[in-house]
Design a protein around this ligand. Structure first.
Ligand SMILES: *[C@@H]1O[C@H](CO)[C@@H](O)[C@H](O)[C@H]1NC(C)=O
Ligand SMILES: *[C@@H]1O[C@H](CO)[C@@H](O)[C@H](O)[C@H]1NC(C)=O
Ligand SMILES: *[C@@H]1O[C@H](CO)[C@@H](O)[C@H](O)[C@H]1NC(C)=O
Ligand SMILES: *[C@@H]1O[C@H](CO)[C@@H](O)[C@H](O)[C@H]1NC(C)=O
Ligand SMILES: *[C@@H]1O[C@H](CO)[C@@H](O)[C@H](O)[C@H]1NC(C)=O
Ligand SMILES: *[C@@H]1O[C@H](CO)[C@@H](O)[C@H](O)[C@H]1NC(C)=O
Ligand SMILES: *[C@@H]1O[C@H](CO)[C@@H](O)[C@H](O)[C@H]1NC(C)=O
Length: 521
């Protein structure tokens, strides 16, 4: 046992002296990145509350049902919430939680599950969570770990899990099947989706860099290669923006529908994150991100008829735009801001901040202060009789006039994307306004979603109290919501986005930070 309770800054100073002190005196952003202790402690207390509920009533099952103090195993029963909480407990520096999870990981049997295994979900949550905890406990937070052997075992477990998943890539093209039935078959799907193919490459490449076995990087990058050079040409309605479903046998896209929305989202996110992870090796990913970003600014940016100050990104079917978006898409502001920081291109940061402002509008306009799952708006430049541009229903007309969107799915399932993008906005600008936005959203979630031994999903964000609960606390509440809310109030540190003007860590799509492999950008 040799963990200590050093202050966050001191840990960085001791572990990584090269990065610890402000080396760039002209970077004024860092001036505003000081600890807000009261808020950071309040977010930590919410994490500890949720963890205590999970630990008491659900651990080592996948998730807590907080209202009934029961549990479920929707992620194969390997302890999804524990693994997703791992890197958050690290950055919050909670040694008791870290060591509970660290002792547990070596005991997981990744060979066995009775349910279908999602390659994508397993990669971003389990592989991502273990690799991130390993990076922290081998690196700047090694003081937290009581058992160094168990830390080594975390990487071995990640590798065992990847070995069990690897047969997914055994298709005619090398594009993986997503839905696996262990030990060696699939659900028989003949296609896979853009996000589920395109959000593996960061985790599998990092596993190769940590283990020295290049197989994992090669498998994931082969699958990704079909997304970087999309065929047929008609599946790319604007440069860089592509369809959704890809045939496993031919590698051909089956459609030209998409956007920065669920099913497609983290493909675009990982184009920039691969470049941040290793700017020397993955500039071709960055080139594809730039194409998609420029096309989105040119063709998908849309301002609601009643709120010209608000910016959303439309979805598309071919070159037809659909004026609909969703909570999941609210990561887009963060992706543009990360691109702006990494490429030193203010136009991407500015556009990202405009998107953050749009999602802020979806939060502050509702009765709970939390944004809805799906929403639409009306665009002036498209005919009001166009079926893709419908007016709001009568009972939401006044709401639409004021807010610039109307709600088509009113639930909130503890999603993180708004807090994620506000985090990037704060890191990029140092502007306290974004810290306040994050804090306001945290308070709304903490006050509205709290029930029983944890936090639960809401049925309706636009009635006071949230319209009742769905008794489920997803693992990403630990991994993402509480981490982004916390890091926004936390001081500069090596793992923070754009620490002292460069990204030394990059967050996977489940908010698990990985140490970058190449020159920090
Ligand atoms: C999992 O399977 C591998 C390969 O068959 C085997 O070596 C290992 O012992 C198994 N682990 C467990 C916990 O059964
Ligand atoms: C440390 O972790 C290893 C690997 O999980 C385990 O075998 C060992 O018993 C642990 N040691 C202690 C003192 O808990
Ligand atoms: C798949 O696994 C089952 C159960 O272990 C085994 O009986 C079968 O031979 C395997 N099939 C292939 C093609 O490896
Ligand atoms: C849409 O048209 C109305 C009426 O002409 C105008 O007031 C509003 O500013 C326009 N909205 C946008 C986003 O241009
Ligand atoms: C919404 O705005 C439109 C256009 O200004 C107006 O005609 C309509 O009466 C407004 N509806 C409500 C319910 O305020
Ligand atoms: C720091 O925060 C203050 C207060 O919100 C703000 O006025 C100032 O512009 C910020 N500094 C920078 C460099 O953004
Ligand atoms: C968060 O919610 C908990 C439980 O309801 C409450 O005790 C705590 O005071 C809240 N935190 C803040 C900062 O409001």
């Amino acid at each position: 046992m040799h963990y200590t309770r050093l202050s966050v800054n001191l840990v960085a100073v001791l572990a990584l002296p090269t990065f610890a002190l402000p080396t760039n005196p002209i970077d004024k952003r860092a001036d505003n990145h000081t600890l807000n202790r009261e808020r950071a402690d309040a977010v930590k207390a919410a994490f500890q509350h949720a963890w205590n509920g999970y630990k008491t009533y659900a651990f080592p099952h996948d998730e807590l049902h907080p209202a009934s103090n029961s549990f479920s195993d929707s992620r194969n029963g390997w302890g999804a919430s524990a693994i997703d909480a791992f890197s958050t407990a690290c950055v919050m520096q909670l040694p008791d939680v870290v060591n509970t999870i660290l002792d547990y990981i070596p005991t997981i049997d990744f060979n066995t599950t009775t349910e279908q295994v999602s390659l994508f979900e397993t990669t971003i949550r389990y592989l991502g969570g273990m690799l991130s905890g390993y990076d922290f406990l081998k690196g700047p937070l090694s003081n937290l770990a009581a058992n160094a052997t168990a830390v080594d075992e975390v990487l071995k477990q990640a590798q065992r899990l990847a070995n069990n998943l690897a047969y997914a890539f055994d298709t005619p093209t090398g594009i993986p099947s997503n839905n696996l039935i262990f030990p060696n078959s699939t659900d028989g799907s003949t296609t896979n989706g853009l996000a589920t193919i395109g959000s593996l490459v960061l985790e599998w490449t990092h596993l190769s860099d940590l283990t020295g076995d290049q197989t994992y990087a090669q498998l994931s990058q082969k699958g990704e290669s079909y997304l970087l050079a999309p065929q047929p040409a008609s599946s790319e309605p604007w440069p860089g923006l592509v369809g959704t479903n890809v045939d496993l046998k031919t590698g051909l896209f089956q459609d030209a529908s998409g956007g920065w929305v669920g099913g497609d989202d983290s493909f675009y996110e990982y184009l920039m994150k691969m470049y941040v992870y290793d700017s020397a090796k993955y500039s071709d990913y960055k080139d594809r991100w730039i194409l998609a970003a420029d096309s989105s600014i040119a063709h998908l940016a849309s301002h609601p008829s009643t709120r010209p100050d608000v910016t959303f990104l439309a979805e598309f079917e071919g070159q037809t735009r659909i004026f609909q978006s969703e909570h999941l898409a609210c990561f887009d502001g963060g992706s543009f801001i990360l691109g702006g920081l990494a490429l030193n291109e203010q136009k991407y940061t500015d556009f990202g901040l405009a998107l953050v402002n749009g999602c802020h509008d979806t939060y502050v306009s509702t009765a709970t202060g939390i944004g809805p799952e799906v929403f639409q708006w009306v665009e002036n430049s498209t005919s009001p009789t166009d079926p893709n541009n419908p007016p709001p229903p009568a009972d939401q007309e006044a709401f639409y006039n004021k807010s610039g969107f109307y709600i088509t799915a009113s639930d909130y399932v503890l999603r993180p994307e708004y807090l994620e993008s506000v985090y990037y906005a704060y890191r990029a600008t140092g502007d306290q306004m974004y810290r306040d936005w994050s804090w306001d959203a945290f308070l709304a979630i903490n006050n509205t979603c709290a029930v029983g031994s944890g936090y639960a999903e809401l049925n309706n964000v636009n009635v006071p109290g949230g319209g009742g609960f769905n008794d489920f606390m997803d693992s990403f509440f630990f991994a993402e919501v509480l981490k982004y809310a916390y890091l926004t109030q936390a001081p500069d540190n090596v793992w923070q986005v754009d620490n002292q003007g460069a990204n030394q860590w990059v967050f996977n799509t489940e908010a698990h930070p990985f140490k970058v492999n190449g020159p920090p950008v």
